[in-house]
Design a protein. Structure first.
Lengths: 339, 103
């Protein structure tokens, strides 16, 4: 067993664990942040439905962010120090967004009735702020924390595209979880968001080879080019298929006499498809960055803690991770089905 | 704090209805638990200076050099103003909820 856990392999294991936590966070909190943003276009009763659909999950989803950042801190302390000080202000703003969201979620139901709309607005703004700053941070991370005009412009653009990306997952979640009017509205939202997401994926794919010649060589030099070709091809096919599927959904006639009778078959497909887009984007990004944790400056071995510390942490992770995965799966199983 | 705690326990055991003046004191003491936690934490932090980890790491060595004073002031004032708003809304919601259940 210890034969595999060498000073060389331990940082790789932790990079994998950290990447996995952040990917799961983006997918899970992504859809509930998306639902939060989409609430701005809902009626009061639709808001109630939408919130009921995320209520059992939304704060558990944030556990994965804590886990991801926690692994960054304990396993790669040097990278943690650099990344979080470079992103100090956006992190502060993101935390404020998360605080606003958490507080308003509880207060909207408890406060005076006429304050509910105010708290809804706070919830929507909190979701928007959190999403935008996360996209901005991703942009800054990709360009290696440069603060010139084009880098900041790029990061702002990624912030906007991530709003579209989370909206896509949020709308797909609502297609799966809701019925009738809200479901129909969600199909349209998903269509719009799909193109914003595609734009974001294109921007990231174009920017990463441009900011680093190392990544450029990694992507475009033969034979690696052909090994990686499936990633952009699969992504394009997935975008087109999703668009086709959403068009089909939209053309389903809701019978006016009894709208409850109309059922959309395979309403889970958009959600799976949009999660697939995020996974493909993640694979592309992870491949580009590896083995660097900070673009062309710091490898995972430069940033890692001492192997002895990593061993201790690994034991903790091996015990805790199955529990987190277990209760997550259990919660989604218990609250399956439409609201 | 301890006196009010023991006093209320006595009332609970005797299953007697509290006098109104004592109930008012209890309302005033609502935040005292939080205040005590804060005071304890404050004392620990101040008492440990100049060390961040006693005898291992000095605070001045641990502080991030890249975070400038205006940046720090911005984040601090953002947090402080947010929490000021939140504490006001929290107290108002608690009073609203308490008032709603009046017989």
């Amino acid at each position: 067993m210890t034969y595999f856990l060498t000073p060389y392999s331990l940082p790789i294991i932790f990079a994998g664990l950290m990447g996995l936590s952040i990917l799961i966070y983006v997918v899970l909190d992504g859809y509930d942040l998306g639902v939060g943003i989409l609430m701005s276009r809902m009626t009061l009763s639709e808001r109630h439905q939408a919130l009921s659909s995320i209520a059992p999950f939304w704060d558990a989803n944030e556990t994965w962010l804590v886990l991801g950042i926690g692994i960054l801190l304990v396993a790669f302390p040097k990278a943690h120090g650099l990344i979080l000080t470079q992103l100090y202000l956006p992190t502060t703003i993101m935390l404020i967004g998360l605080i606003l969201r958490g507080v308003s979620f509880d207060f909207r139901a408890k406060a005076r009735d006429h304050h509910q709309i105010l708290w809804d607005r706070v919830f929507i703004s909190g979701s928007l702020i959190t999403t935008f700053t996360q996209g901005y941070m991703l942009g800054q991370y990709i360009v290696g924390f440069k603060h010139n005009l084009s880098s900041i412009g790029f990061s702002l653009l990624i912030g906007i595209c991530l709003i579209a990306g989370y909206n896509l997952m949020g709308a797909s979640w609502l297609i799966l979880k809701s019925k009738h009017q809200l479901q129909k509205k969600s199909i349209r939202w998903a269509q719009w968001a799909l193109w914003g997401t595609a734009l974001g994926l294109i921007c990231v794919s174009c920017a990463t080879p441009l900011v680093s010649t190392r990544i450029f060589n990694k992507w475009f030099r033969l034979p690696y080019f052909f090994i990686l070709l499936p990633v952009p091809i699969l992504t394009s096919i997935l975008v087109l298929k999703l668009n086709q599927l959403l068009n089909q959904f939209l053309n389903i006639k809701f019978s006016s006499k009894d709208p409850t009778k109309t059922k959309i078959q395979s309403d889970w497909k958009p959600l799976v498809g949009s999660i697939g887009l995020f996974i493909l984007g993640f694979i592309g990004l992870a491949y580009s960055f590896y083995p660097y944790v900070i673009l062309d400056q710091m490898t995972i071995w430069d940033a890692a803690s001492a192997p002895e510390s990593l061993m201790v942490i690994l034991m903790g992770v091996v015990i805790v991770l199955p529990f987190i995965i277990g209760y997550t799966v259990y919660a989604y199983w218990v609250f399956r089905g439409k609201i | 704090m301890l006196a009010t705690a023991w006093f209320s326990l006595w009332y609970i055991f005797r299953q007697k209805i509290m006098p109104k003046w004592f109930a008012k004191i209890l309302v005033l003491m609502t935040g005292s638990g939080g205040l005590a936690t804060l005071a304890g934490w404050y004392t620990t932090e101040i008492g440990r200076q100049p060390w961040l980890v006693t005898n291992i790491l000095l605070t001045q060595d641990a502080v991030a050099k890249t975070i400038t004073q205006p940046l720090l002031l911005t984040s601090l004032s953002l947090y402080l103003s947010l929490y000021a708003i939140l504490i006001v809304s929290c107290i108002s919601v608690i009073f609203y909820l308490a008032g709603k259940s009046k017989p």
